[in-house]
Design a binder for this molecule. Sequence first.
Ligand code: 0WD
Length: 256
Amino acid sequence: NFSLEGKTYVVMGVANKRSIAWGIAQALHDAGARLIFTYASERFEKSVRDLADSLDRDDSYFYECDVTDDEAIEKTFADIKNDVGVIHGLAHCIAFAKREDLQGEFIDTSRDGFLLAQNISAFSLAAVSRAAKDLMTEGGSIMTLTYLGGERVVQNYNVMGVAKASLDATVKYLANDLGKHGIRVNAISAGPIRTLSAKGVGDFNSILKEIEERAPLRKPVTQEEVGDAAYFLMSRLSRGITGEIIHVDSGYSILG
Ligand code: 0WD
């Protein structure tokens, strides 16, 4: 059966109703799951709580967790352990790069900008997986969000493309480490979706237009479509899949 009733999932990275993380949260909720939300700073707390309030259940939990801070990660998962005990999965929907590094040429990326993007967008998956592992005593499913710009050059994606390449490799190494504990680790490579983060990418409109004109399905993907794929990855339907990068992108990645 496909229900997530009785299961608990951590969703990291809901910023607002356009966030891909919110599409994932809704899909997991609709399947009966209990949700735990984490947000980067106080600034996002109200919008995350307001969104969660629109779901018809009152056993959600909320924690502030800046993933650049080891102590914050440790504290967040200690608190989760204390408040709910076992978790069954985690959706990592977090990335960041400086706006100036998401336009022009990659070659101009600063050391700081490079390391910041790697830290928040790639290393953080390893850091939160390590902390979450101890709460996944019944096995689990960890997933992250990646993008085609990590596999090949996408104009303006620059430093974030390199961070996504690193994230994709991180998924594989984590899958290898955690498989023996019954924990799977996968990524969804989402097509472009207009979100807060997408605003930072130079000329995002022409990326979307290209999807409408050339992707096999001739339309951009939605948060709901990514959410349903996330639901599949969290459910037992995907129990044989780990270390995989699933493209939910209207088929765009098959084009040359
Ligand atoms: O086209 C797109 N939008 C695509 C996005 C296509 C393919 C992949 N993705 C990826 C992004 O790279 C990212 O990994 O999906 C993920 C989610 O991005 P999003 O939904 O496009 O963007 P947004 O709604 O801005 O969410 C990004 C989150 C925010 O949420 P919270 O509530 O946690 O603040 O990443 C967060 C950001 O604030 N974030 C951090 N979270 C914790 N610690 C940090 C941090 N230091 N920095 C940024």
